[in-house]
Write a protein that binds this ligand. Sequence first.
Ligand SMILES: [Zn+2]
Length: 245
Amino acid sequence: MPTQGGSIRLFRVAGIDVFLHWSWFLVAIYEVQIWRSMFSSPVWAVWLYLGLFALVTMHEFGHALACRQVGGEANQIVLWPLGGIAFVRPPQRAGAMLWSIAAGPLVNLLLLPILSFAAHIAFSAGMSYSNPDAYKLLGKLWWINVGLLIFNILPVYPLDGGQILRALLWFPLGQIRSLFIASGVGIAGAIGLGLIALWWQSIWFGILAFFLLSQAMVGWRRAQFLKLEAAEAEAHLVQEKRPIF
Ligand SMILES: [Zn+2]
């Protein structure tokens, strides 16, 4: 997981620092090389990669601002090749967590009509003939935004969808059992994504599946730890209740 170390600070908005991890540049160069064939000039491939990360950054700001709104801590966003990470600490309540998580995909959902409208205006203005590169860029960003929305709401913990599942299960099942179920589904989902990656022979999906698997396992171990802690607290309570003569 990337952190502030090895990253450069890009800017600060509303007290939230946005960092860019060094590995972002390596993958940016790689992706731009692949995407350049789509456009008449490689500059447009650079714009597409920057546009992708503008969408990712807005998604992360959704998380960070929602987390603050419910009284949590959020002051750092790190961008890296697999997307963005908002370092948030929402209050340990189901409702507060649910809102902090849901606000990320909600940003992509709100961007959908905005990008659709922009594409409509561009088409009406004859941009597909007058500036086909810019028009293609807009179309690609529309699809990337839809892709980000769908991917993030997959119920594979620790993806947003998996964390939403966890927060929803928290209401009836409590903090520990909800984490066991969500991280268990996350482990299964990550293995499924790994198989898809093998099938598609996609190295990126492979790396992503491996990252998700390791994080889902961290979730599972945290649930085990919480269970142990709760059992110890209960044992302590039983001990304390013992009558003393
Ligand atoms: Zn998210």
